[in-house]
Design a protein around this ligand. Structure first.
Ligand code: SF4
Length: 636
């Protein structure tokens, strides 16, 4: 069936909307392939606005890998802003891809990458605009397979009714495997229709198909069990782990945005996984084990990425970039290579030690020493032990003093509020710490011209972490503590003016908590919010706490039960049948250790403490050093 571009219909609407350029495509390194020459076609969606979605690494990598496959085509689609949504509805223009402006419904697979649960309502807008039935059960053979990935897909239960499938973990290899399953099924003449295709995906053990699992509940609402409802469907679905990152040096051709985006740089992921064991950090837990990219691959990716994109900023990404076993050589090698050029390097790292400042000094050779960010996360020593953030007050003061005395004038400190076992004193400890930081900085530099910004995020307990059993702090408590902290900072005549304070109120965290640890019954709330106009929930100007609470009430969902309630060890959690590789008993023990303030070491450098990942994955921690060095560029 021929598939036409809808651009001529969209074009007429663009003069009437804000930032029309975000919808036109044609970016450097974007790809448009011949529709008829492809036999498997993916639409890839980051369910947020173009400015947030375009820099997303997950989508960019899959876009490139899939388009490199013969007879496979991948295009991108983003959430349209409400102004264009209204016009599209009025004119009957469907959800489209930005590459060739093809209607999303014409694709075989609609793959959505969820970094956060707050994109769920945007998924519903896209499905509705695309003309794809919102509920998976209502879809027919002509509708795409709606597939979720990304960190939020480690508990896809709240959106289970809207999804055909979900995948956990790294996408590179599984996207290719899914493509082959779809290709074979189509080549065979689509035997058994959509149901058989989903069954083939489910049987592989690497794709979760929610409709093949039944959830039974206890009378009190807790889950009794989640069980496959067909033979051949596995009891547990495992995550995917790419072991050799050097074999997957993507992106090779970075997309260069046409409109302004949140990051405009070439990003190279220098390793995946983290073993520091911060108990609040879902990303750290679900991406284990650590897998490093070698110094030579990093160097080659940076050289190639700059050449292919023209970006002048390069970011070395990971969950804790200063922990790469060869980071000192990487930093020095790259700084030497690009010294005197217009290429600047950045390392978004939060490690609190002097080594981190040495790295920052290397990376700032081509630029200004403006600001450094550190993340102690907890305001008191006790709190930091509970969350296993092994940073002492001494460490922090010593590190920031070094930073100030080496010419850095601005330090940003990141903390969380609402952590398990937290008291008012723990949060007020943040103010004491910030004042000590300024005091030490003034003493070290002899100058009053130094600043520190305290930035606070609300803590949300996440699945597959030791805090998955914890009761979330209610928003009244969080708001009260944040206000007391603000008063303590602002009221200080000696240091108050040198300390900036950024925080959000506690209500969005409650909604995020509902969606993070929700089960299938929460889907009705998401749908009701969407029907009531909910869009772009990650944006404070669109987010409405009242809308979520009223939808929950109408759906008969008790928000407190999902958020502030502490779970018992034996309670079946909605995501227990989804395997992130972590041993449940170890997670529980780590939760008990948290409450008693017992810390665990980083297993990169100390013996394994049996979190379960390495044996389950049949892998082991992979770290260098390779001993290789970066050579100077042949042509800069
Ligand atoms: S299994 Fe052991 S070595 Fe592997 S990530 Fe877990 S604690 Fe670390």
């Amino acid at each position: 069936m021929p598939v036409e571009s809808i651009f001529h219909r969209l074009e007429a609407l663009l003069p009437k909307v804000q930032k029309p350029i975000q919808y036109v495509g044609g970016e450097l390194n974007s790809t448009v392939k011949d529709w008829d020459a492809a036999d498997v076609r993916w639409a890839l969606m980051y369910p947020d606005a173009y400015e947030v979605g375009l820099p997303n690494q997950g989508v960019a990598i899959l876009y490139e890998i899939l388009n490199e496959l013969p007879a496979t085509l991948a295009e991108r689609t983003y959430a349209v802003w409400p102004d264009l949504e209204a016009l599209m509805r009025a004119e009957g223009v469907p959800q489209f891809t930005v590459d060739a402006h093809r209607p999303v419904r014409a694709f075989d697979v609609l793959g959505l990458s969820f970094s956060t649960e707050l994109g769920y309502t945007n998924m519903l807008t896209a499905l509705d605009l695309a003309g794809i039935p919102m509920l998976a059960v209502d879809r027919g053979d002509d509708d795409p397979i709606v597939l979720a990935g990304g960190h939020a897909a480690f508990n896809p239960e709240p959106i289970a009714d809207f999804l055909d499938a979900a995948v956990l973990g790294d996408g590179e290899q599984i996207a290719i495997a899914i493509t082959e399953v779809v290709r074979e099924w189509k080549a065979e003449g689509r035997p058994g229709g959509r149901d058989e295709l989903l069954m083939r995906l489910a049987e592989s053990g690497g794709v979760y198909v929610p409709k093949f699992y039944d959830v039974d509940y206890h009378p009190d609402g807790r889950i009794k069990r989640v069980a496959p409802n067909r033979p051949g469907v596995p009891w547990r679905v495992h995550k995917h782990t790419v072991m050799d990152l050097d074999e997957w040096p993507y992106p090779k051709k970075p997309l260069v945005p046409l409109a302004e985006t949140v990051h405009e740089r070439f990003s190279v992921e220098i390793f995946r996984g983290c073993t520091r064991g911060c108990r609040f950090c879902q990303a750290g837990m679900i991406t284990r084990p650590v897998r490093e990219r070698s110094i030579t691959t990093i160097g080659a990716m940076v050289e190639n990425g700059i050449k292919e994109s023209g970006f002048t900023e390069v970011g070395l990404l990971s969950l804790s970039s200063a922990d790469h076993s060869e980071i000192a050589d990487v930093a020095k090698g790259l700084a030497d290579r690009y010294e005197g050029t217009n290429t600047s390097l950045s390392l978004p790292s939060t490690r609190v030690d002097a080594f981190n400042i040495d790295l920052a000094n290397e990376f700032s050779r081509n630029g200004r020493r403006s600001g450094l960010t550190f993340a102690p996360e907890g305001g008191s020593e006790r709190m930091r032990k509970v969350i296993n953030k092994m940073v002492t007050e001494q460490d922090l003061i010593r590190t920031v003093t070094t930073a100030y005395s080496q010419g850095w004038r601005q330090v940003k400190l990141y903390f969380m509020c609402g952590l398990p076992t937290e008291t008012d004193e723990d949060v007020l400890g943040i103010a004491d710490l910030a004042k000590k930081v300024i005091k030490a900085g003034r003493e070290a530099t002899g100058s009053r011209d130094i600043r520190c910004t305290v930035s606070i995020g609300g803590f949300v307990p996440k699945p597959h972490t030791p805090f998955q059993w914890a009761g979330q702090a209610d928003h009244e408590t969080v708001d009260r503590r944040l206000k007391a902290l603000r008063d303590s900072l602002r009221g200080d005549r000696e240091y108050g003016r040198a300390i900036g304070y950024r925080y959000h109120d506690g209500k969005p965290s409650i909604v995020e908590g509902l969606l993070s640890r929700g089960d299938r019954r929460v889907g009705a709330v998401i749908r009701a919010v969407w029907e009531d106009g909910g869009r772009f929930d990650g944006w404070s100007e669109y987010f409405s706490y009242e809308r979520w609470m009223s939808a929950a009430e109408k759906a008969g969902v008790d928000v407190d039960w999902y958020t502030v309630r502490e779970r018992a060890e034996n309670e079946v959690l909605p995501w227990d049948h989804l395997d992130a590789g972590l041993d449940r008993e170890w997670l529980w023990q780590d939760w008990q250790d948290a409450v008693s303030g017992a810390e665990v070491e980083d297993c990169r450098w100390t013996p394994c403490y049996d979190c379960g990942v390495c044996p389950t994955m049949g892998t082991e921690i992979q770290i260098g050093p390779t001993g290789r060095k970066l050579l100077p560029l042949t042509v800069v």
